[in-house]
Design a protein around this ligand. Structure first.
Ligand SMILES: O=C(O)CCC(=O)C(=O)O
Length: 249
């Protein structure tokens, strides 16, 4: 599968692109069923809401925000991350050979019903260590994702903006108490997703998500690829996990 020139242009302009109905329902259901077992038994490595938000509440200590390191958990997860149909698209977007990362994302990302927290505006690159910015994340919806249950929201074009350091707080979240930031935030876009939809988004793109206020868990899959020319900085967290080249066949 390939992107049309207008889709490619849209990604380059906005820093994200929604591809509808990419993965069939059955494949999504199989991924979700396995994820639900890992969530039910809290199979490590996991990140809880408490670890993310730091608020001492029992419900946050019990609630899983994400299953980490999913590539090595189950062949079904690995197969999605190595899916061959998406590779030509990733190559178009990156403009070079594709390297799959397992250091970042590589997660089943959840917003569990009633016990999740919102995600503040940030760039993923804030805690990554690479020489170069040609990195893109692949988000797969395993069910409906809407504003009510915490769909991703983006500030279009922010991947290309030079943003002053003081616009970010001490945890590198984009401050919402700055007028200049608030003006940018007004431009935010989000799209309701259905099972099987894929969203590609640039590592420099500002994004956030609401808590899940619905009665159903939201479960998604996210992994990240980089262009082959992007160097991982030795001795950092980004260099501690394997990288896998994804050739085009
Ligand atoms: O669902 C969320 O909380 C947002 C996840 C996120 O920001 C990310 O994957 O980079």
């Amino acid at each position: 599968m390939q992107l049309s020139s207008s889709q490619l242009e849209k990604f380059r302009e906005d820093g994200f692109l929604v591809i509808r109905n990419f993965l069939d329902d059955k494949s999504c259901d199989v991924i979700r069923e396995i994820a639900e077992v890992h969530l039910k038994y809290k199979i490590e490595p996991i990140e809880t809401e408490y670890e993310y938000i730091g608020i001492e509440k029992d419900e946050y200590k019990q609630s899983i925000r994400r299953l980490r390191q999913v590539y090595d958990r189950d062949i079904v997860f690995k197969n999605w991350m190595e899916n061959r149909e998406i590779r030509p698209i990733l190559k178009q977007i990156l403009g070079e050979d594709i390297i799959l990362l397992t250091a970042h994302h590589n997660s089943i990302m959840t917003k569990l019903a009633k016990t999740s927290t919102h995600t503040s505006w940030h760039r993923d690159s804030r805690y990554w260590h690479f020489e170069g910015k040609n990195l893109v994340s692949v988000w797969l919806a395993l069910g409906e994702e809407s504003s009510e249950n915490g769909v991703l929201e983006f500030i279009p074009k922010s991947h290309k903006m030079e943003i002053a350091e003081e616009s970010f707080d001490e945890k590198s979240f984009f401050r919402e108490d700055y007028k200049i930031n608030r003006d940018l935030i007004k431009q935010k876009l989000f799209f309701t997703l259905q099972k099987g939809d894929v969203v590609l988004f640039h590592s420099e793109l500002l994004h956030r998500a609401n808590a899940n206020l619905s009665t159903q868990d939201k479960i998604s899959f996210v992994y990240t690829v980089k262009g082959k020319s992007v160097k991982t900085i030795d001795g950092t967290r980004s260099s501690k996990f394997k990288e896998i080249e994804l050739p085009i066949y």
